[in-house]
Ligand binder design. Structure first.
Ligand code: ZN
Length: 330
């Protein structure tokens, strides 16, 4: 039995496996510019974040109907459950769908078909987090939030993702304030490719409760002190960092140093279909390559439930935490 964990950094569009992409393309009459799944996998050799994003947005075109989104989410939840995920906070990118003519309702209702039955079908509780694309305008983000208002009962929070450099958090001050006024939780990608100051800005200007990635905090000891003192969770994605060359190799990943510094780290998969593994695969990779101890792995799992937006179901959080403490590695 795998170590129980919560996944807090997962883009549902990034769970599109090549086989599913071809199946949905056939179902929707979309022609993919790849001969077969092997040719597509070959295209997954990214040089940086932008080269990944180009393919990520191109492949999304196969997602057209509510059923497509439901099938995508259901496939992720089944895989996640098999790797010990008990709770998943799932990002989605409405702007990427809106601009190719897919309505927000199609996306949310489709995802909800799977999420609404996830506890019964997979034993995984879920939350949905609407992400703004930071390389789009602040106005576009605001319009997206307004368009999402009919579905706010199904959306727990907002996030900020896509190309980081040149798009500082402060650009989205207004939409994050509006989201807070609507009672939404707030997270943001920061310090993946962008500088440590973006992490500070996400906390101070956007009021985020968690930082997605956050690796580059290690360049600023005062920031590390603050993140430790304020117990700000960081949703680290080791295999993603390797594939996008944020770190030179997994062996050089700063996760052990981050844990030693007392940072509240969690381990997540980001875009698992593209980066070589789901949550459990990421745990296995950091155990095998970085030599994390059983107690460090238990800390990562404990942190994931402590950092989860489970305030509405503290009983579930405590039950999952108890499972983590009782878990025997073997
Ligand atoms: Zn991400």
């Amino acid at each position: 039995m795998p170590l129980p964990k919560a996944e807090l950094h997962l883009h549902i569009e990034g769970t599109l496996e090549p086989e599913t992409a071809f199946a949905l393309a056939a179902r929707n009459g979309v022609t993919l510019p790849y001969a077969d799944t092997d040719a597509l996998r070959e295209a997954y050799r990214f040089t940086d974040l932008q080269s990944f994003l180009d393919l990520y947005y191109a492949l999304m075109d196969v997602l057209r109907t509510e059923q497509d989104f439901a099938d995508l989410a259901d496939a992720y939840l089944a895989r996640a459950a098999a790797q010990g995920v008990r709770h998943a906070e799932i990002f989605f990118d409405p702007q990427a769908h809106l601009k190719r003519g897919v309505e927000l309702g199609t996306v949310v209702e489709g995802l909800w078909r799977a999420l609404g039955r996830s506890e019964q079908n997979h034993g995984v509780s879920t939350q949905l987090i609407l992400c703004f694309l930071r390389d789009e305008s602040a106005d576009s983000a605001l319009r997206t939030l307004r368009a999402a208002e009919p579905w706010l009962d199904r959306i727990t929070g907002v996030g900020l993702d896509s190309a980081e450099v040149g798009h500082p958090p402060a650009k989205f001050r207004e939409v994050f304030r509006a989201a807070a006024d609507l009672g939404l939780r707030r997270v943001a990608h920061a310090g993946e490719e962008g500088p440590p100051q973006y992490i500070t800005e996400a906390l101070d200007v956007l009021g985020v409760e968690r930082i997605d990635h956050g690796l580059r905090c290690m360049e600023d000891p005062a920031l590390v002190d603050r993140l430790v003192r304020e117990r700000i969770p960081l949703t680290v994605c080791p295999l993603s960092n390797v594939r996008l060359h944020t770190v030179a190799s997994l062996a050089e990943h700063p996760l052990p140093a981050m844990l030693d510094a007392g940072l509240v780290c969690t381990v997540n998969s980001d875009d698992p279909a593209y980066f070589g593994g789901y949550a459990g695969d990421n745990f296995d990779a950091v155990r095998d390559t970085l030599g994390l101890t059983e107690e460090q792995l238990r800390t990562l799992a404990r942190n994931s439930f402590l950092a989860a937006f489970l305030e509405h179901d503290e009983e579930r959080r405590q039950r999952c935490l108890a499972e983590v403490e009782a878990y025997s590695f073997g």
